[in-house]
Design a protein around this ligand. Structure first.
Ligand code: HEC
Length: 129
């Protein structure tokens, strides 16, 4: 009887230990997200609420002049609207990293230069589907 309760306690302690490991600190979640491809909502949600950029503000300040209020495109700049949020976020990260894309990649690379991951994520949440 005593032996059984000792075993039960050990089991419970082991289970508690496993629970502790299963609750990852913030950094671990971010690395898991990286293997799945970045989710723009997670990038924004990882920040304290008052530090979270608001997608409409970012879009208005940094994107609307070329892509229009409805993402319809302005002059020679292309329309948006086909990309899912995560795909748009990845695309913006690629532009910022200078990866070759369309013919006018340099225009976009300059447009997103100096923007943070969270700003690009917020713009993608607003402008992506
Ligand atoms: C100075 C004008 C300009 C600004 C500002 C600008 N863009 Fe662009 N954008 C372009 C041009 C030009 C292209 C086409 C680039 C290419 O040839 O790859 C483009 C392409 C894109 C694409 C790929 C479109 C597709 O479906 O193929 C996305 C997404 C995009 N822009 C989002 C944004 C967002 C979000 C912002 C604001 C953070 C922004 N752009 C700011 C001019 C601009």
């Amino acid at each position: 009887m005593k032996l059984v309760s000792l075993a039960t306690i050990l089991f419970l302690l082991a289970a508690l230990g496993a629970c502790g490991e299963a609750t990852p600190p913030g950094g671990k979640r971010a690395s898991q997200a990286a293997t799945r491809g970045p989710d723009p909502s997670e990038i924004v949600a990882a920040l304290p609420p008052d530090a979270q950029p608001y997608g409409l503000d970012v879009y208005t300040a940094k994107c609307v002049s070329c892509h229009g209020a409805l993402g319809q495109g302005v002059d020679a700049n292309p329309a948006l609207g086909e990309l899912k949020r995560a795909a748009m976020f990845q695309r913006l990260l690629d532009y910022r990293a200078g990866k070759p894309q369309g013919e006018r990649v340099a225009v976009m690379a300059q447009a997103v230069a100096g923007m943070s991951d969270a700003e690009l994520a917020a713009a993608s949440i607003y402008a992506g589907e």
